[in-house]
Design a protein. Structure first.
Length: 702
């Protein structure tokens, strides 16, 4: 019996029961023009009119967009809905609830958003993707004859439309400049401060939009549960009568831009003149790659025979009871082999005061980090609560904790222990009092790091990478080197953290899609083709890290001017022009060691080379940094890192991986001048020789 997890059985059985209990609801449907109810996904003959990239998947999930860039998708209820009885009449009240999920292409990086939409047409033929959310055309913004109402769930901050942040809800009337907006979140019972919900978390979120025509009030709520919050997160006083025609189409729109997300709708209810039924999140179909699919498979298999079900049910109850008695933490055989200290869940809960928001140190693509104090020893620790997508992923990762826990280096954030509870993984690390490096480099830094501090941090990271790659029993690849994963101790020494988590995420992903894990801008180009991380792909990310530490800028700045989008291209351009020191972080106020800055920038460019073989190994990089080896003056161009050439010029073929190499080819707004300069400069370059005159031939250097 030990291959069946009791929890899983229990969940399946409860879902089965729920399934039977809720089944009659469908036959209670009222007039389709006034009531729309899809409590468990959409059927194939889905009564929906879809266009753009939208598609109803076989399990009933409506996918508005996939990860294609600059794409849009619409799905409207096929029959129009009557909102007014006469053209001069007043609009009736309406109410809707729907469940959605936004899964970014890369952890934490996606775009643009989705919107519940009421529109005069069901196809919006002129609409544009990206910041236009598939709702309108640039020339239509604010035009009264659009007749578009939208409640947007936007994950990109567009300066053009005055967006407040990159995780907001907005109410849009005939325009994309929201008439009201708020950071996505909800008010828990009786609480006056909202709790933030991350729209891009990939979790299922339920949203409610209610319009009361008597009070002229529009309310929006969201929650991660089936229960409608009492207080709305966003309210706006408006009489919609003048914006609506007599009949309108209701549905959804979503778009992607330079970055993409999968936008899914899993269930929907809509009512005129009455409150829409909330959705029961536990009975929704699951999005591709999420954990719930296992349960569903189990249900299908089991419902074949009723008698099997009864036996199964009794067995499940028995198992569940035993399971509850035995332990709440569910230790499984494979967990007992693991080396580092396994903490009891209770202890960690106590240490973090029940994972209180107040103890939250930060969050990233892989989960939230809390500050904690271990009850027995009074040691300060950081507890990372990892969001995992599947049990297999977790198991593979936990077996690796064995390796990770044994690594010891003074520039490595020490993993002290871990704990698993259901699909929650808690990792306990030594506490780093100054937080992560990115907070000192970008936007409004907490403090400006002095040059010596920056150089010391880079050296520290280089040393630990050398240790990981070459000095242990086996090569360990970090896979996600970036400023956010470099943590600073009290003396501003850099330590590398977040080990192997990228791998966990990868194992957890849908096996049918090869998912490249890492962070955009730090990912080596070959990874999008081979999907196989190597020491050399770590070196690539380290190169990006060096450049950002010197320049105080992210390797890829989606919000930057197009010509500055890619840090490496910008640095290369300045190098070519012989003005390399222009890129050094202006916040340093000129207080830096020029020779060291040039060294880091040159190394950054070398490590950013498109060809993995050209990137030096860590041992050599450490020798350069220590001054034991002198870097040659010549630097090969990083050369077509992002492969801007239309079509394929290389003999190596251009099998288009799922990643961004392809993406940026498609990017039309990218400044042409930058592209040509990064392509045209073939061959070696000598800085001392002064300004470089571009070689007119753009033949492939490979
Ligand atoms: C979908 O269409 C079918 C047939 O036209 C109809 O019976 C059903 O009620 C519709 N469902 C919804 C939710 O409108
Ligand atoms: C998205 O879907 C379209 C067709 O629906 C397909 O052509 C495209 O390759 C898909 N893109 C990705 C990134 O999966
Ligand atoms: C239209 O009029 C009917 C009958 O008076 C009423 O029941 C219905 O709610 C009205 N519809 C709208 C959209 O105002
Ligand atoms: C608006 O849509 C039309 C028709 O699709 C298109 O030709 C035009 O370029 C769009 N305008 C803008 C500003 O994008
Ligand atoms: C608004 O749109 C209508 C129809 O597309 C067009 O005729 C009109 O000129 C537009 N008005 C403005 C101010 O752009
Ligand atoms: C909504 O905002 C647009 C653009 O800012 C403005 O023209 C319009 O009057 C506003 N509508 C309402 C009802 O406030
Ligand atoms: C909220 O406050 C009301 C009255 O003040 C109280 O009855 C209710 O129990 C509170 N709810 C919660 C969840 O604290």
């Amino acid at each position: 019996m030990d291959t069946l997890s009791p929890t899983l059985l229990w969940v399946s059985v409860s879902m089965l029961i729920l399934h039977f209990l809720t089944a009659p609801a469908e036959s209670q449907l009222q007039s389709p023009s006034a009531h729309i109810f899809f409590p468990r996904g959409f059927t194939a003959a889905a009564n929906l009119t879809v266009n753009g990239g939208s598609q109803v998947l076989s399990n009933g999930v409506l996918r508005l967009t996939n990860a294609s860039l600059r794409a849009l998708g619409h799905a409207f209820y096929s029959s129009p809905v009557r909102f007014k009885n006469s053209s001069g009449g007043s609009a009736a009240s309406f109410s809707t609830a729907f469940a959605f999920s936004t899964v970014p292409q890369y952890p934490g990086l996606g775009g643009h958003g989705l919107a519940f939409t009421i529109s005069r047409s069901s196809d919006l033929p002129r609409a544009l993707p990206s910041q236009y959310l598939g709702l309108m055309n640039a020339s239509d913004i604010g035009n009264f004859s659009n007749h578009i109402f939208a409640a947007e769930f936007d994950t990109v901050k567009d300066f053009e439309f005055g967006d407040i942040d990159d995780n907001h809800i907005g109410i849009d009337i005939n325009s994309l400049v929201s008439n009201a907006s708020v950071t996505a979140g909800y008010f828990a019972d009786n609480s006056s401060t909202p709790r933030v919900i991350h729209l891009q978390s990939g979790e299922v979120i339920q949203a409610w939009v209610d319009y009361d025509s008597l009070r002229n009030q529009l309310d929006v709520r969201i929650s991660e549960s089936s229960v409608k919050p009492t207080r709305a997160i966003l309210s706006f006083n408006v009489d919609l009568s003048e914006f609506f025609e007599e009949t309108m189409f209701v549905g959804f729109s979503a778009s992607t831009g330079l970055l993409a997300s999968y936008h899914y709708i899993m269930g929907w209810s809509f009512s005129m003149n009455g409150e829409a039924k909330s959705l029961d999140l536990s009975s929704l179909p699951s999005t591709p790659g999420s954990v719930k699919t296992t349960h569903k498979g189990l249900i299908l298999g089991v419902s074949v025979s009723a008698s099997v079900m009864v036996v199964f049910f009794l067995a499940a109850i028995a198992l569940y009871v035993i399971h509850r008695i035995m332990t709440a933490d569910a230790i499984e055989a494979w967990e007992l082999d693991v080396g580092p200290h396994r903490f009891p869940y209770k202890e960690l809960k106590k240490a973090t005061q029940g994972f209180r928001e107040k103890e939250l140190l930060g969050f990233g693509g892989f989960g939230r980090v809390y500050r904690g104090t271990l009850p027995n020893t009074n040691t300060q620790v950081a507890v990372k609560r990892v969001l995992s997508r599947s049990k297999q992923g977790l198991q593979k990762f936990v077996t690796e904790i064995n390796i990770i826990g044994r690594l010891r280096h003074r520039n490595l954030v020490q993993l002290l222990g871990w704990c698993r509870r259901r699909n929650d993984l808690l990792l306990v690390y030594e506490f780093m009092s100054n937080g992560s490096l990115d907070k000192y480099l970008f936007d409004e830094p907490k403090r400006i790091l002095r040059w010596e501090e920056r150089f010391k941090i880079i050296k520290g990271v280089a040393l630990v990478l050398l240790y990981l790659h070459e000095e242990g029993d086996q090569t360990v690849i970090h896979r996600d080197i970036k400023a956010a994963n470099v943590l600073l101790d009290g003396g501003f020494n850099g330590k590398l953290g977040d080990f192997g988590l990228a791998k966990l995420y990868e194992h957890g992903a849908d096996p049918s899609t090869t998912r490249v894990v890492g962070t955009l801008g730090y990912l080596a180009p070959e990874l999008t083709k081979t999907g196989k991380p190597t020491a050399s792909s770590d070196v690539f990310s380290f190169g990006a890290l060096m450049l950002e530490v010197v320049c105080g800028r992210r390797p890829m700045e989606p919000k930057a001017m197009p010509e500055e989008l890619m840090l490496v291209d910008w640095v290369w351009e300045k190098w070519v022009l012989g003005s390399i020191l222009d890129v050094v972080d202006p916040r340093l106020g000129g207080q830096f060691d020029e020779a060291e800055a040039i060294l880091l920038l040159k190394l950054g460019l070398i490590c950013s080379n498109r060809m993995p073989d050209i990137r030096p190994p860590m041992r050599q990089l450490v020798q350069y940094l220590e001054g034991d080896l002198v870097l040659p003056d010549k630097v090969l161009p990083p050369e077509g890192n992002y492969d801007f050439k239309k079509g394929c010029s290389g003999s190596s073929g251009c099998d288009e991986g799922p990643g961004y190499v392809h993406s940026y080819q498609a990017s039309s707004s990218y400044d042409k001048a930058t592209m040509s300069s990064s392509i045209a400069n073939d061959g070696d370059l000598d800085l001392e020789a002064g300004p470089y005159s571009p070689d007119s031939s753009s033949s492939d250097s490979r």
